[in-house]
Design a protein around this ligand. Structure first.
Ligand SMILES: NC(=O)c1ccc[n+]([C@@H]2O[C@H](COP(=O)([O-])OP(=O)(O)OC[C@H]3O[C@@H](n4cnc5c(N)ncnc54)[C@H](OP(=O)(O)O)[C@@H]3O)[C@@H](O)[C@H]2O)c1
Length: 329
């Protein structure tokens, strides 16, 4: 009886996989949509993925609206994009935490589009910040600061640009992280912000089917060495705040030796991960140009892909036991 059920289950899984393969293969083979005549707004273009993506999409023929946090302060990233002196590279001031700046940006885009009635093809919610610190060290302000940019910034910008995206039957591409689907100790501030963006994107995707808009998640693994999201100086600053902000009880119970080791481990991440951003840039480009984009892209090495599958498919007790120091079965 049991072996019969097992055989049926195996046949079922094989059937589903074969169907997926047969359905997806011809879809993937379809030609990419042309970039010419399409405009995309990207947030957080001062550096990192956003800055590289602005240049990459511009090179492919898109008109790029590059939202920069530091344009008004003549920041390096914004200046470099402006110096391209291209009609198709439009740099704008945009703090995703500011209602006013986001509204001004939406207004600017609407006025600048060749035909506002045709709308905006793509919105890439990329701006983000990161932090670390175990729950007992992280202050409530830490949680709020990260969520303000990563989560509420994404919601604010998306709401402001959706009417234009709907006109174009375009794409919303949200950059979360593998930490928007699996968690890691000492990353709760970041994880809850990215899990929030993932939930927001899933709801929006379901709401947008009737409008012909695709909502896509990009879930990169570790590209810290390639971007500016985590620096040694930043970790030192955060560590100081975590230690001085903790209660006496927490400091005594965890101990300075443990804390120092933990900070050193975080610092070792600064030069870790993939140094080449092309996996991320290619997936975002596919999300914007494929006639049938996937709902989720996982630009990552095999190690992290396997770990993501284990963490999201196996019972948590087993997954933790495999990967998390101190976990027992
Ligand atoms: N790098 C990775 O390993 C990795 C992995 C997974 C996911 N991600 C995600 O990828 C996205 C880009 O990260 P990144 O690694 O490229 O980091 P990055 O190099 O630090 O770039 C992030 C950009 O966002 C900007 N920004 C910060 N706060 C902002 C605000 N309030 N409004 C507008 N822009 C703001 C930053 O401006 P300043 O330069 O002025 O701070 C910076 O230009 C983030 O959402 C991040 O969570 C990164």
């Amino acid at each position: 009886m049991r072996s019969g059920a097992g055989l049926l289950l195996a046949l079922g899984v094989a059937g589903v996989l074969l169907l997926r393969f047969l359905v997806l293969l011809p879809r993937r083979a379809r030609r990419a949509l042309p970039a010419e005549g399409k405009a995309v707004l990207i947030t957080g273009c001062d550096k990192g993925f956003g800055h590289a993506l602005a240049k990459c999409l511009h090179a492919k023929g898109f008109t790029v609206f590059a939202g920069c946090l530091l344009m008004e302060e003549n920041g390096d990233g914004a200046r470099e994009l402006k110096n391209m002196k291209s009609d198709r590279m439009k740099v704008l001031q945009m703090d995703v935490c500011s209602d006013q700046e986001v509204a001004q940006a939406a207004d600017f885009v609407k006025r600048t589009l060749k035909d506002p009635e045709e709308g905006l093809w793509g919105l890439v919610n990329n701006a983000g910040i990161s932090t670390f610190g175990e729950v007992e060290f992280a202050s409530l302000d830490n949680y709020k600061t990260v969520a303000e940019v990563n989560l509420w910034g994404t919601v604010r910008v998306t709401k402001a640009f959706l009417p234009l995206i709907r006109r174009a039957k375009g794409r919303v591409v949200n950059i979360t992280s593998m930490l928007g689907r699996m968690v890691s100790p000492s990353r709760s501030c970041y994880c809850i912000s990215k899990f929030g963006v993932a939930a927001f994107s899933d709801c929006l995707r379901q709401e947008m089917y009737r409008w012909g808009v695709h909502v896509i998640l990009i879930e990169p693994s570790n590209f810290v060495a390639a971007t500016g999201i985590l620096t040694a100086a930043g970790i030192d600053r955060q560590a100081e705040a975590l230690w001085s902000g903790a209660t006496d009880t927490v400091r005594e119970d965890y101990g300075s030796e443990y804390f120092t080791r933990h900070v050193a481990m975080m610092k070792s991440f600064v030069n870790s991960g993939l140094k080449d951003m092309s996996l991320v840039l290619n997936d975002i480009t596919e999300a914007l140009t494929s006639p049938c984009p996937k709902n989720r892209y996982n630009p990552m090495e095999t190690y992290w892909w396997v770990r993501l599958q284990v963490m999201t498919h196996l019972p948590t007790a087993i997954a933790d036991w495999l990967y998390i120091p101190g976990a027992t079965l």
